[in-house]
Design a protein around this ligand. Structure first.
Ligand code: ADP
Length: 814
């Protein structure tokens, strides 16, 4: 099995006892023998290992990953077997089994070498493994390495501290020469850092400078600082007061020197500095920072940094100035001005507030000022105010606020949120004005408005009622076949209902003029109707006129009765006639028949009455002759009654004549004064009871029908007698005026009420009453009088008071 030449016994012996550590291996790597020192070092016995495969005898320590000796030694041996040349290995960790502690290994480092011993054929006879136990050296070197590592670490720490650098460096030098290189590297790095530090200052956009030495020599001054100082870099190397001579006398010099001497850093914010720029002195504001610079423990210089805060300062000063202006303005203002902080707390209020509330500022800020607000208003404005403050939005509120007298005043308060230049919310500014008077006016207006609305509603209701009433009226008009019309007295233009138009045969559409109406009139009534219109226009006399027309279309003769009232315009002029018209043809025909009958009866009665009068006069004369006094008396009374009857019949005949247009007015010039005297004297004799007086002076010359005017005066006097007590006074007067003659007769009789007063002049109209019942009459006297006066172009009217008396008037134009 052994194809090699085993070493001789001597050789083995020699090897076993050699003063080195040998292991002799067969080319198959079985242990042939080991030197005693080897056995000692590996703590084994020869008998236990000889004949065993090397790696069975010396396996790897399974407990450490570092132990890979088997692999390395095998590689070395394989190399030797292949090359047949010796092979020296690096130091190996190759733990040896601990015989006193089975299963455990002893920590070991070796530096093995393998040397082949060749036979005469040049083949490997055996391999000698020479080892040295280098465990101790390895432990030492490891410790050394660890200590180096520790040193490096502390060095790094030390490096971080500038001032300890020198000390660390020195220590490191002492500890290990090799570390000097590192120190040098570090020094280099420091130099670099110094350069970096310089370039950092140099390139900084912030103005920076480094002074060195007691006299503060400019060492580094960056561009920003040069610009700040208004200098060029030739100041570098010069002391401060030489480089910037204008600084002499400024406090900054003291400050800088102080930093240098005391080592106390200094920061001055917004320092005002005057510097020469472009030959001019300029003020600016700078945040200036000075820090001492150390070399070891010694101060060697000062680092100066200047940050230009001029714009900010100017802005701040402007803000302060505006704040002062605001305060001055606010204090002198009568407006209530408050500022609120971010939490809504009052942080300022002006004098106007103090004057209004009577509170001091501290009272105001400590009290809950909302208690001054009227509780009814607080309910409304509270939520608005809170929401505005919460959402930082403007608000405007109106409320009653109690003043120093405890009186509520209306305040209009406007608030606007405040923001700083960075748009950060600062609170509110509020301004309030006392607008009580305005508010009261507004409230009044509101009340008036309400009243107006109500009035409007009432008006609407009234309009509606009016419309309905108009409808009703129209229906009534239609039912009564009445036509309605309004005539503008100025323009003569009439607005007419369809009924009115159809009654006259006027066009059913378009404008109707007074002339068109006149055209329909029977000619004999034109004057009368015009007179009625003139009276309406001049005196506002109500219209009541009955006349005949020819229908403009059919030509048929019809009787119309028009009644109307005159209305007055804003200037008090008679402006409009509102009238209704009815077709009275049938009534007129009936009346005509009646009148004809009365006329006929009156006429027929007149002849026998004349005979009776004649016979009575004959009988009277005969009885007088025969001196039959009783018969004479009876015949006298009979004569009076017959005269009365004849008067009545004449009245009827006159009415009949009037209606048929047979009454003629014969105008003559006469003295009215004489006429009145004649008539009154006749009454003195026939009616001695009444005290009839006439106060008039003649002559009163008029152009009129003497008989007819006499008839009117007669009628008025007999009425005054009839409707007053027997002994009462009757005053008659007649006076000439500018355009007419005015006759009046005043009695102290029963009087007439206002409703009857307008109707007295109507035909057959008699006032119904207990007092008038017993007085005989037919209601035609005043009717005839009125007709006569109207035909003279005059006017007749009456004024009266029940129980006091009446006055009747008429005029005749001169
Ligand atoms: P009569 O024949 O009824 O007196 P008149 O036409 O003369 O008729 O008068 C009409 C009515 O006017 C009278 O019935 C009477 O009621 C009233 N009247 C006339 N004159 C007077 C007067 N002087 N005082 C009171 N009433 C009068």
């Amino acid at each position: 099995m052994c194809a090699y030449t085993a070493p001789s016994v001597d050789t083995i012996k020699a090897l076993e006892t050699a003063p080195s550590m040998y292991l002799v291996l067969s080319p198959e790597l079985f242990i042939i023998t080991a030197s005693n020192l080897y056995l000692d070092a590996t703590q084994t016995e020869r008998a236990l290992i000889v004949g065993r495969y090397i790696f069975d005898a010396f396996p790897d320590n399974p407990d450490t990953s570092e132990a890979n000796g088997v692999k390395n030694v095998k590689a070395s041996l394989d190399e030797v077997l292949k090359t047949k040349m010796p092979h020296v290995m690096n130091v190996q960790r190759y733990d040896v089994p601990d015989t006193s502690n089975p299963g455990k290994f002893i920590y070991r480092y070796w530096d093995p070498s393998h040397t082949p011993v060749l036979d005469e054929h040049g083949e490997i006879s055996y391999i000698i493994q020479l080892v040295n136990n280098v465990t101790d050296q390895m432990v030492l070197s490891k410790q050394l390495a660890e200590s180096r590592f520790a040193q490096e670490e502390s060095l790094l720490e030390v490096n971080e501290l500038h001032n300890e650098l020198g000390v660390s460096n020195q220590k490191l030098k002492e500890l290990n020469v090799t570390l000097e290189e590192l120190v040098q590297e570090r020094t280099l790095a420091l130099q670099k850092s110094e350069e970096k530090y310089r370039s950092l200052i140099q390139d900084s956009p912030v103005a920076m400078q480094v002074f060195r030495g007691e006299n503060l020599t400019f060492e580094i001054v960056n561009d920003a600082m040069l610009k700040f100082l208004g200098k060029t870099n030739d100041i570098i190397g010069k002391p401060l007061i030489e480089g910037v001579p204008e600084i002499i006398g400024q406090p900054i010099v003291e400050v800088l020197t102080g930093v240098y001497r005391t080592g106390n850093s200094l920061e001055i914010l917004a320092e005002e500095v005057f510097l020469e720029r472009d030959g001019k002195m300029e003020a600016g504001y700078y945040d200036v920072i000075y820090r001492p610079l150390y070399d070891g423990e010694e101060i060697t210089g000062v680092l100066g940094i200047a940050i230009d805060v001029t714009p900010q300062m100017k802005a701040q000063l402007a803000t302060q100035e505006s704040e002062i202006r605001f305060r001055t303005m606010a204090e002198s203002s009568g407006i209530l001005i408050t500022t609120l902080g971010v939490n809504g707390e009052v942080d300022y209020l002006n004098k106007a507030w103090i004057a209004f509330s009577g509170l001091t500022i501290s009272e105001f800020t400590t009290m809950v000022w909302t208690t001054m607000i009227h509780e009814d208003d607080l309910v409304h404005i509270g939520p608005i105010y809170k929401a505005a403050l919460k959402n930082h939005v403007p608000f405007s509120i109106e409320f009653r606020l109690r003043n120093f007298e405890g009186i509520y005043r209306w305040i209009r308060l406007n608030g606007a949120p405040r923001f700083d230049s960075n748009n950060v919310y600062q609170g509110f500014i509020c301004s309030g004005v006392d607008f009580t008077e305005e508010k009261e006016q507004l409230l009044k207006i509101a009340q008036i408005n309400v009243a107006l609305v109500q009035a409007n509603q009432q008006l609407e209701n009234a309009n509606e009622a009016l419309r309905r009433s108009e409808e009703n009226l129209q229906s009534a008009f239609n039912a009564a076949e009445l036509g309605s019309c309004s005539l503008d007295l100025k323009t003569g233009i009439a607005e007419m209902s369809a009924r009115y138009r159809s009654l006259y045969g006027l066009p059913m559409q378009g404008e109707i003029t007074w002339a068109m109406v006149i055209e329909a009139l029977e000619p004999e009534f034109i004057d009368e109707v015009n007179l009625v219109m003139q009276n309406a226009m001049n005196y506002g006399t109500p219209v009541d006129s009955t006349y005949a027309i020819r229908h403009l279309v059919t030509g048929e003769r019809r009787w119309m009765r028009v009644t109307g009232k005159v209305s007055v315009d804003e200037e008090g002029n008679f402006a409009q006639v509102y009238a209704v018209v009815m077709d009275v043809t049938v009534q007129k025909q009936d009346e005509q028949r009646k009148n004809d009958f009365i006329a006929m009866v009156s006429h027929e009665l007149k002849t026998p009455l004349t005979s009776i009068t004649g016979y009575a006069q004959v009988l009277h004369r005969m009885a007088k002759k025969a001196e039959e006094t009783s018969t004479t008396g009876i015949l006298e009374k009979m004569g009076l009654q017959v005269k009365k009857m004849s008067g009545m019949i004449n009245g009827f005949l006159n009415v009949s004549r009037l209606e048929s247009g047979k009454i003629r007015i014969d105008i003559l010039q006469f003295d009215m004064h004489i006429l009145i005297k004649e008539i009154t004297e006749e009454f003195f004799t026939t009616t001695p009871g009444h005290q009839i007086t006439y106060h008039g002076e003649g002559p009163i010359t008029v152009l009129a029908d003497r008989d007819k005017i006499g008839h009117v005066i007669n009628n008025l006097i007999s009425n005054a007698i009839k409707y007053s007590s027997a002994t009462s006074a009757i005053d008659i007067s007649c006076q000439v005026r500018s355009t007419d003659v005015l006759f009046s007769i005043k009695d102290q009789g029963i009087g007439v009420n206002s409703q009857d007063l307008t109707k007295l002049f109507d035909r057959y109209y008699r006032v119904q009453g207990t007092q008038t019942k017993t007085v005989s009459g037919f209601g035609i006297g005043l009717y005839l009088s009125a007709e006569i006066i109207q035909r003279h172009g005059g006017r007749i009217w009456a004024e009266s008071e029940i129980g006091v008396g009446s006055t009747f008037y008429f005029t005749i134009p001169l």
